[in-house]
Design a protein around this ligand. Sequence first.
Ligand code: UD1
Length: 427
Amino acid sequence: MEKYVISGGKPLKGDVTISGAKNAAVAILPATLLAGGRYVIENIPNIRDVTISLKILRELGASVRMLDRSTVQIDSTHIHDSFVSYELARQMRASYYFLGALLGRFGRASVSMPGGCDLGARPIDQHIKGLEALGAEISIDHGVVNAGCTQMVGSHIYFDGVSVGATINLMLAAVKSKGLTILENVAKEPHVVDLANFLNSMGADIRGAGTDVIKIHGVDLLHATSYSIIPDQIEAGTYMIAAAATCGDVTIRNVIPKHLESITQKLIKAGAQVDEYDDAVHVTRTGPVNKINVKTLPHPGFPTDMQPQMTVLLTLAEGTSIVTEGIWDNRFRYVDELCRMGANIQVDGTVAVVEGVQELKAAPVRATDLRAGAALLIAALVAEGTSEIEDIYHLERGYEDICGKMRLLGASIKKVVTADNELAKAL
Ligand code: UD1
């Protein structure tokens, strides 16, 4: 087991450079299966979810080569399989994108049911409804989703709820379908738009990404391409909140400020100062944290993946803030850990009442999922004394070199191997 040991109480200061977007990368990598050929993808984040996606591509027969630390070359000419094993699929949610991509390439796919963060129920009924509307026959046997179709045909699909995953999976499956596919009530997240741009650079005909309706004219042939992934909105937002929470002074580089607007607005209301530049934002805080209310919503609303980090900032507010989780039914599991650090938070279902406290106190805590881990790290940076965070593998699924980047900002953080692991190695 590995853990982070953090000595908190110091403001973060300096510059940090944001990596490529995790949620765009895990959609774009499977998309390289849609047409055989040699792809070059730049701004790939060095995180575990990307490593797993690349492993899946290799297992399916692609050749994968890192050209430098953030550029990967993928040759998907000789794909020999359409089965994604449980061993890999269970390690991340986005493994279900291989379903849409393999269906698009071969008309068949078998993908074990995905894993990922435990945020409550994570159904895939909208994915299945959409793929069936395109003509796929789907069955779930022993935890494996099997899909097959001789010819995918365009269709008009209205999603019952806004789903990032279903929107992306349907785009992947529909690009080579016959005729027109109309997707309504779709997700508008930046990574949905990034995937559409990537697919269009392969020769697809996708319009409307970033709005509620996406229209896809199926094409017979796609080709390999070169592409650079957008910066990670959530990684950027995490450093923005870390800067505000520690009374820091941080410039966050390689960002698209437009993607950060909902976070910027809430931070300003909470008392931080945020200056926007072309591809950077600068965050400081000198005054108190103001109480605010936050509700997570699909883009362009406040992102659910920033909810735990924002809650940490609000534990320091003067007064009571209300945080409402509008996407997931169980995304407050980290609150117990935060309360062990002195936070005063009552959770009732999907609503958290956050009573501001004078200070957070260092404590040993456990990351319950990826963004919960980021939130606890921010809390540890704020709290005087030494905190330890266990189960950091969650954090490393989605944050590139978070220790190194935080250290460059002056944080005292180190990663250590815990004794029980040493013992396990010795046995
Ligand atoms: C993606 C993100 C995740 C983020 C979430 C919401 C990736 C790899 N992950 O997850 O970090 O927290 O968007 O912004 O991009 N739903 C259904 N049926 C379905 C699919 C979803 O009812 O078939 C519901 C879910 O239970 C949830 C809501 O729709 O309540 C949103 O889920 P969705 O947008 O699909 O999340 P993911 O794509 O899994």
